[in-house]
Ligand binder design. Structure first.
Ligand SMILES: Cc1cc2nc3c(=O)[nH]c(=O)nc-3n(C[C@H](O)[C@H](O)[C@H](O)COP(=O)(O)O)c2cc1C
Length: 333
């Protein structure tokens, strides 16, 4: 038998859930809400993962968490599954939160065991679980039992360069908690998001683990994505920073688009985002929330500091829309 040729456009299954292709939106805290996931799906993402959500906040019924972060748009599921990422350090609280998330009709639960942010780690969650494997296994088991859904885990190789506790934990999570898949971001937690990911280590996990391994880290353009997909043998690729304000990356990676979007396409997409943000948060909060989104689109349009400043000071989405469409940009473009 000759080698099997894999393609990013292949469908595959993750814990029995059919995923239409191998290109996934990564979890992005403070960003990956329903409309960012829907945007990724509109451009072809086979699976979209939510921003990380606190199991504690869900369990105790925090209002903003339950109404905003747990919102799923019906169209999100029209083109493929949705996964919700949870974080936490208490198995019983995770069990309860996972049960609540299953009621939303999502397809998968992903657990965050890689976040290096001190605010998360000091509660014993995120990458802190790399040092507490018994607890990590109990949390994964509880998430599955509570939700009845397939559970995946996203983790790092270890806390510091040279550490391999994440590799050992990955094996235990499969063998003892029955996780359906693993996503490896092969940078040590202490590196946060800097430096070149260790794709060799990812390849090792792909070869050793009996479940699909997804790869995250440094996947910012088509060439890199194809190279890493090939080199690691990963089941799927997660697009993260490369996709910020750049849903066209999904199409480029899937081979349905060549080249960059036109100025008009970018402006239309900005309008779509502005409208969805208002639908999500109401006008007043949308204008503030979108301040972190604007720089991605300004950069893509070749806008200057004056435009950035204006957008950061804008108090309505109408003002932002007008600023984006000002003729000065046309001269630059
Ligand atoms: C702004 C931001 C927010 C992130 N939030 C999460 C998160 O909620 N959960 C998670 O597992 N990873 C999170 N990550 C990590 C990404 O999912 C991804 O693994 C990482 O950025 C590496 O991919 P990249 O080099 O292609 O950006 C975040 C990264 C960034 C930049």
């Amino acid at each position: 038998m000759g080698p099997v040729t894999r393609s990013l456009t292949d469908s595959w299954t993750l814990g029995g859930v059919e995923v239409p292709n191998r290109v996934v939106l990564a979890p992005l805290a403070g960003i990956g809400n329903w409309f960012v996931r829907l945007q990724a799906k509109r451009y072809g993402a086979g699976l979209a993962v939510s921003e990380m959500v606190s199991s504690h906040a869900i369990h105790y019924g925090n209002e903003r968490t339950c109404t905003e972060l747990l919102r799923v748009h019906p169209d999100e599921r029209a083109t493929g599954p949705v996964s919700f990422q949870l974080f936490g350090s208490d198995p019983e609280i995770m069990r309860s939160a996972a049960a609540r998330v299953a009621e939303l009709g999502v397809d998968l639960i992903d657990l965050n065991m890689g976040c290096p942010v001190p605010k998360v780690c000091k509660t014993g969650a995120g990458a802190a679980l790399l040092k507490d494997p018994d607890r990590a296994v109990a949390i994964a088991r509880a998430a599955h039992e509570g939700s009845g859904l397939p559970v995946t885990v996203k983790l790092r190789p270890g806390l510091r360069p040279g550490d391999r506790e994440g590799v050992d934990l990955a094996h235990r999570l499969v063998a003892e908690a029955g996780i359906a898949g693993l996503c490896i971001h092969p940078r040590h937690a202490s590196a946060q998001h800097r430096g070149t990911p260790n794709y060799e280590l990812a390849r090792e996990l792909v070869e050793e683990l009996p479940v699909p391994v997804l790869i995250s880290g440094g996947l910012r353009d088509r060439e890199r994505v194809l190279d890493v997909f090939e080199r690691t043998g990963a089941a799927a690729v997660l697009l993260a920073r490369g996709s910020l304000g750049n849903p066209w990356l999904f199409e480029q990676v899937l081979g349905t688009r060549e080249g960059e979007p036109t100025r008009e396409e970018v402006l239309d997409e900005v309008d779509w985002v502005l409208e969805r943000a208002v639908e999500h948060l109401g006008e007043g909060r949308a204008a503030r929330y979108l301040r972190k989104f604007y720089p991605w689109y300004v950069e893509r349009l070749g806008g200057d500091h004056a435009l950035q400043d204006r957008l950061q000071r804008s108090t309505s989405t109408a003002e932002a829309r007008a600023a984006f469409r000002e003729p000065v940009l046309a001269a630059i473009a």
